[in-house]
Design a protein around this ligand. Sequence first.
Ligand SMILES: *[C@@H]1O[C@H](CO)[C@@H](O)[C@H](O)[C@H]1NC(C)=O
Length: 472
Amino acid sequence: MHTYLDWVPFSLISLVLVVAGWTWVNTWRRSKISLHHVPLSYPQTAYPEVKIPGVGDHLAALVNQKVPSLAGPEARLHGVWWLPGGNAQTLYTSLSDFSDVDTVTYQRYGLANVADGGVIAIDIAPPLHSHPVRDGETIILIAHGLTGGSHEHYVRSAVNALRAPAERGGLGARAVVMNFRGCNGSPVITPKLYHAGSSDDVRPIVLWITHMFPQSTIFGLGFSLGANVLTKYSGEEGEDCPLSGVVALANVWDWCRGSQYGLNGNLANRFVYRYVLADALRSLHHLHRHIFLSSPSSPLPVDLLEKLSKMGRITLTDFDNMITSKLYGFKDANDYYTRISSVKVLDNLRIPLLGINSKDDPILGKDNLPYTEASRNPWFVFATTEVGGHMGWFERQQDGSLKRWYVKPVKEFFSALLEEGLPQRHKPAFTINDQGMVQQLGNSSVAFREVEPESLKLFTSRSDDTKLYSGW
Ligand SMILES: *[C@@H]1O[C@H](CO)[C@@H](O)[C@H](O)[C@H]1NC(C)=O
């Protein structure tokens, strides 16, 4: 005779099996990576612009063949069970201490953007004094997120992976990290910082790279706000873009729709991110308030700055309405978002660009992504992951450590492009005057002078004392 007790172990085992099976299926489903691009079947003749000189027939075909972490059987991103969901991955990026891993020694240069006298600090790894300029170097120009800098772990993990020699799985490249004005010790000497469309500060840096490394191949790598800046720059330059390729990670693409989601998306947006991001910017402006207060030409009146520091919680849109638009001459936040969104220039892009976003990015959501643009511009391949959050993309390694997954596709993409034997891109020609000012021929507002940076010429990323929110 069976008592109901006999059924208990059976039900328990079934339950465990069902839960394990469900977890397995769910984990597998969530590790999926999707690629979006023009159809591979487009015949060359019907779509002549698909033929990319030096990149075989098709950028999308190249990615499908040569970037195994995005296409093919290996293309999976297994998240970390104790970082479930986009919020956990995002917050871990921001709150965790990475000061002991992926340390980098940079050499710092200061460049004055002659157009307005403002200074940008650029950090070079490996340093030039220990690794002098070689012919035919690969240079990776890196732009960081909202209030970050070269010290951020998300930047350092890419720098280390890309600069490693080919024998150790790297590219043997040199990184040039731009710190936006006021970020990470980049000195502020004019009443102007930067905004999400500050491509005017990219041009003098590209000119510096051209001047310093005449035979180089230059790639761009942008994170979040920096991805928007580099994408916007590449689109604006169109055919003449000196970069041979760009990877845009966690780009916001469309700031109008992105800001809507950022404010109202879900609970975390309504209660956390909308304030955290604005606070990071507010702290940055507070740090540099003396420049705005002491400068007669400051577009920010003293009472406005006082009001800003006394206000309670403010959102990113409040900040952009009050400060960003005043400072850079936009009508309001909406006008600013419309004019600086990189999604607008994607159709004009004529260099290989790989965009990667996570569909669980809690800051921009999954409905503001440039699928349409990727389906019509053959220069643009767009990949989405299911997990990763906003610039987290943590993946567990065999030894139990966490690694940034995106380093793999970035490396594979650049190395696939290099293997194609890319033609030298058109580099800006320049003149140098007696005072050491380097000026671009054809656009006299692009010019720089090297200046002595205030901070150490050589520093290790561990000496990070910027007390700002980071990781965005
Ligand atoms: C010249 O450079 C300025 C400053 O970077 C930029 O705003 C402008 O678009 C450039 N003009 C052309 C024709 O490229």
